[in-house]
Each structure stands twice: as structure tokens, then as C-alpha cells.
Design a binder for this molecule. Structure first.
Ligand SMILES: Cc1cc2nc3c(=O)[nH]c(=O)nc-3n(C[C@H](O)[C@H](O)[C@H](O)COP(=O)(O)O)c2cc1C
Length: 198
């Protein structure tokens, strides 16, 4: 069984991204990916401080972290592939997501990462995804070639993740996000079946 972790990149109160997070919980439950399980990582649950360790994680093999910080590393290490849900804050990813990523060392290296960006307008937060690419690559992830931008979330999904009846983008959401799940599932299967050996 493979594990794909879906990470919500915003911790804002009433984050719009939570609607997408909740929609993906429903979509993954409905979709048959026989040998894959999906986990949902909500950064608010880890209570990460601003990263201030004296050494960079990649240069520190003797880390003795508090349980909440170690849990974040363990949850990332336990996954074989990732979906990052990111909005765009001033043309980049949210600081809270960058901060969480700064805690990582090698937990995600050689594993595939799919980017889904979102926004409250029709541009779909694409600069957020673009800014995240070099960060994930630096951490050793294999970033899939085409991010999936998701626009107008507030007009398409209810807070619990249900599609709003007759929303103009409803069918495109189902189609585009199902395709994104299939894509990360495919690459995760390929890379776990054929792991990189140095
Ligand atoms: C600090 C901040 C900066 C933002 N910057 C942008 C931006 O550069 N481009 C954009 O399209 N939307 C921008 N937005 C609007 C977001 O797309 C919108 O608020 C979205 O709901 C954010 O996701 P969240 O609610 O899950 O945090 C910004 C929002 C915030 C809070």
C-alpha cells in the first residue's frame, strides 16, 4: 500500500483552502485507487514555531525535536508522494508553508510532488505554485511538470467541501482534480516500484 499525503498550505482562520482540502477528502474516498491511501496533513495541527534551530536540518543528523515537530517530519517521511495545496500570498506561497518545509531534511527526497494552487479569483494562485517549485526541488522532491490551478473556490465549494449546486466550475473541478489525483497516483506508483538508488 502506498501513501499520498495531501498538505494544506494555509492555516488562516476560515481558509478557503480548507474547502478544497475537504473536497479532496470526499473525492479520494469516492475514487478507487486500489493500492493507495491518502492522508491529510493540516499544518495547524503541528503548532510549528518559526524555525530557529542553530543548524540547517540537512546538516544536523542528531536532531532532538519536540513531539509536535517530530510528528510533522514523521508524517512527511511516512508518505510516498505528496499533493501540496497552496494559495498565492503576494505572488508566493504562504510563509506558514515555507516555514513548515524549512523543518525538513531528507524526509521527502526522491518522492513525487503534485502542486494544486487555488484562489478566490479566476487566476488560481499560479504564482504560489511557481514559487513553491524550487523549494520542493531543493528538498529533493520530483515536482510534477504541470501544476493544477483551481480558481473561484468560494463560488464552487461549500465550507464542508461539497460542490455548490450549479456552480459554473463544478464539472471542471471534478474532472481537473480527479486528473490530478490520477497523476500523482501514477508517479507515486512508478517511483515506489522503481526507487532511485544512488
Ligand atoms: C496575505 C494575502 C496575500 C494575497 N495575495 C494574493 C496574490 O498575490 N494573488 C492572488 O491572486 N490572490 C492573493 N490573495 C488572495 C487569496 O487568493 C485568497 O485570499 C485565498 O482565499 C487565500 O487562501 P486561504 O484562504 O486558504 O488562505 C492574497 C491573500 C492574502 C491573505
Amino acid at each position: 500500500m502506498k501513501t499520498i499525503a495531501i498538505i494544506l498550505g494555509s492555516t488562516r482562520k476560515n481558509a478557503l483552502g480548507r474547502r478544497l482540502f475537504n473536497y479532496l477528502k470526499q473525492l479520494t474516498a469516492e475514487t478507487t485507487h486500489a493500492t493507495t491511501q491518502f492522508t491529510f496533513l493540516d499544518l495547524t495541527n503541528y503548532h510549528l514555531p518559526f524555525f530557529d534551530d542553530p543548524l540547517p536540518p540537512m546538516a544536523n543528523s542528531q536532531r532532538d525535536l519536540p513531539a509536535n515537530q517530530q510528528q510533522w517530519l514523521d508524517d512527511i517521511a511516512a508518505a510516498d508522494g505528496y499533493i501540496f495545496l497552496t494559495p498565492e500570498y503576494n505572488h508566493a506561497e504562504p510563509a506558514v508553508l515555507k516555514n513548515a518545509l524549512d523543518f525538513l531534511a531528507f524526509e521527502a527526497q526522491h518522492k513525487p510532488a503534485k502542486l494544486i494552487s487555488y484562489s478566490d479569483n479566476l487566476r488560481g494562485g499560479q504564482f504560489g505554485a511557481a514559487a513553491l517549485v524550487p523549494i520542493l526541488q531543493r528538498l529533493g522532491m520530483v515536482v510534477l511538470p504541470k501544476p493544477t490551478p483551481v480558481g473561484n473556490v468560494q463560488a464552487t465549494l461549500q465550507p464542508d467541501g461539497q460542490l455548490i449546486a450549479n456552480a459554473p466550475l463544478a464539472s471542471r473541478y471534478r474532472q481537473g482534480l480527479s486528473a490530478a489525483l490520477n497523476e500523482i497516483n501514477y508517479y507515486t506508483t512508478v517511483l515506489t516500484d522503481h526507487p532511485f538508488k544512488a
